[in-house]
Design a protein around this ligand. Structure first.
Ligand code: GRG
Length: 293
């Protein structure tokens, strides 16, 4: 077993434990908690919390709230998936290998489960115990930008607006920097904030986040072509069928792979400012850009 595999296995279990602890602590109607929990425990890769934890590993910091902050990011990510799958958006029946939230609980409850996850997340950050007030405010402020209209929500709108239009590579990049990259970069920055990292380290990590976010999305586009519905846990080939603007559509599959490789190389290059030797974060980056689901 590689160092990354043992890191991932151990930490995913702890993230899952923290997520169920957080959901259980909510005082809300049972059916709402059930709907929130349904999508959370459906088995995502937990990439965003793993990035946060790998940054702490790189900066040699052990933080008592790292799993809570990682779980917050996973809750926001899960809310975005629930809403993205709704009939008003992508209208998907499967996610993470099981029926989508609205297929099981109905549209109204799926919307509310997403709303519940989103708003609860900010409360969890506000209640963090072992984090100084100014760090909590910084986390809340940055997360609001990354997940909201200035980040993921804005990116989703740009994506919807680009449907049935051919966009340029620069326009596609702007969509993904917001829709996918912003929350991923927040995960990395959150690790830097919790570690009280200096500004040069933060700049290097932000640059890493920029490139790895784009490489992550390009691989997502590639998997739509090369992956199977069974492995992906969601419908493969949907982007192609709906003539969506993707990197392979704009650049060819070969061109998209080259671009992904370039962003990956840039990402790991930015880590060399922090550590001259490859670290766990390098391995996580390599896994992300070569993943099969
Ligand atoms: C509805 C506000 C709102 C936003 C939706 C994130 C998003 C924006 C939509 C999800 C659809 C999608 C393909 C987004 C691109 C980002 C991406 C690759 C998401 C899938 O993330 P993974 O691979 O999924 O980390 P798991 O299931 O492993 O957590």
């Amino acid at each position: 077993m590689t160092i990354l595999q043992s890191f991932t296995e151990k930490h995913v279990l702890k993230i899952d434990g923290k997520l169920s602890e957080l959901i259980q602590s909510i005082e809300a109607p049972a059916i709402l908690k059930e709907a929130m929990n349904y999508s959370l425990i459906a088995g995502g890769k937990r990439v965003r919390p793993l990035f946060l934890l790998a940054v702490l590993d790189l900066l040699e910091v052990k933080h008592p709230e790292s799993f809570t902050v990682g779980s917050v990011i996973e809750m926001i990510h899960t809310y975005s998936l629930i809403h993205d799958d709704l009939p008003a958006m992508d209208n998907d029946d499967y996610r993470r290998g099981q029926l989508t939230n609205h297929k099981v609980f109905g549209e109204a409850l799926a919307i509310l489960a997403g709303d519940g996850l989103l708003t609860f997340s900010f409360g969890v950050l506000a209640r963090l115990e072992d984090v100084p007030a100014e760090q909590k405010l910084e986390l809340i402020n940055l997360l609001s930008s990354a997940a909201g209209a200035e980040g993921m929500v804005g990116g989703q709108v740009l994506d919807i607006e680009s449907e049935r239009k051919i966009v340029t590579v620069d326009e596609l990049e702007l969509i993904h920097l917001n829709k996918t990259g912003a929350l991923l970069t927040f995960s990395i920055e959150a690790g830097a904030i919790l570690s009280s990292a200096d500004s040069k380290t933060r700049k290097a990590l932000k640059e890493f986040g920029y490139h790895i976010g784009l490489a992550f999305q390009i691989q997502d586009d590639i998997l739509d072509i090369e992956g199977t519905t069974e492995t992906l846990g969601k419908t493969a080939g949907k982007d192609v069928a709906s003539e969506k603007n993707t990197y392979p559509a704009l650049l060819t599959l070969e061109g998209a792979k080259n671009k992904k490789e370039w962003h990956y190389n840039q990402a790991v290059k930015s880590l060399r400012y922090i550590s001259s030797e490859p670290v766990l974060l390098d391995e996580l980056a390599a896994y992300i850009v070569n993943r099969n689901k």
